[in-house]
Design a binder for this molecule. Structure first.
Ligand code: ZN
Length: 239
């Protein structure tokens, strides 16, 4: 039976987590990477990752929630990461549909620095700000050794071309790519190197990653089971 890992989800937002993980486990979904969004849900994610072996946690400050943070958040985040060596960083990033572009950038850069200094994988959310993300990564050569996951990845083939140059950037595809008529979806999946593809639910139903794997397999003309193995091993490699 094929095995899967949901590379980005928000299981902290549901109450029936045991049942959800049982269903997912029955389908071969071995692990779920659960991303926090602001200091208010860090402890919920950490507790889930302690209680359930199938949950791996990430903590971060999402650009939608920068209004919720207090000035000491970086200290609090560094201390929490130091106490929990298995925790990764996310979700963080930039979103042009939300206010405070300068503050978003400052908070994102702080988290990139933590990921680099502490050697933790970082999960990035980006909407309409690829130039800025590329700028942060390109102007800091040290980040070439940081493992970066672009979660819910969707961008033009031209942006993808600039991102795939970096050996440690992974592209995590969500159910969004299943939407018909999504302009660049087929092209960017065709152009994403096989060893850089991850899949995610970006929500509370990990089972959907199987549909995402099958869709990618069709586009790549690879058998579904083989595609599942490749993606599973890619994800294992960065945990
Ligand atoms: Zn998310």
């Amino acid at each position: 039976m094929a095995k899967f890992i949901d590379a980005h989800c928000h299981l902290q937002n549901i109450s029936d987590i045991s049942e959800t993980l049982d269903v997912a486990g029955g389908l071969g979904i071995e692990k779920c990477i659960c991303d926090a969004t602001s200091p208010s849900d860090w402890s919920r994610v950490i507790n889930l990752s302690i209680k359930y072996p199938a949950v791996r946690g990430c903590i971060g400050v999402h650009p939608w929630y920068i209004k919720d943070i207090t000035p000491n958040w970086p200290t609090q985040m560094r201390e929490t990461l130091a106490m929990n060596p298995d925790l990764m960083i996310g979700e963080c990033g930039l979103d042009s549909h939300y206010p405070g572009p300068e503050q978003q950038l400052e908070i994102f850069c702080e988290q990139m620095l933590m990921a680099h200094e502490l050697g933790r994988t970082i999960w990035i959310h980006c909407v309409g700000a690829w130039d800025k993300i590329l700028n942060v990564i390109n102007k800091n050569p040290a980040y070439s050794t940081t493992t970066i996951v672009l979660h819910g990845f969707y961008a033009s083939p031209q942006i993808l071309e600039q991102l795939i140059i970096h050996p440690n950037i992974y592209f995590s595809y969500s159910p969004r790519i299943l939407q018909p008529n999504l302009k660049h979806a087929t092209k960017i999946i065709q152009n994403t190197p096989l060893n850089k593809i991850l899949v995610e639910s970006d929500g509370t139903s990990p089972a959907v990653v199987i549909d995402v794997v099958n869709h990618i397999a069709t586009i790549k003309s690879i058998a579904s089971d083989k595609m599942a193995d490749i993606i599973y091993n890619n994800t294992k490699g960065i945990l």
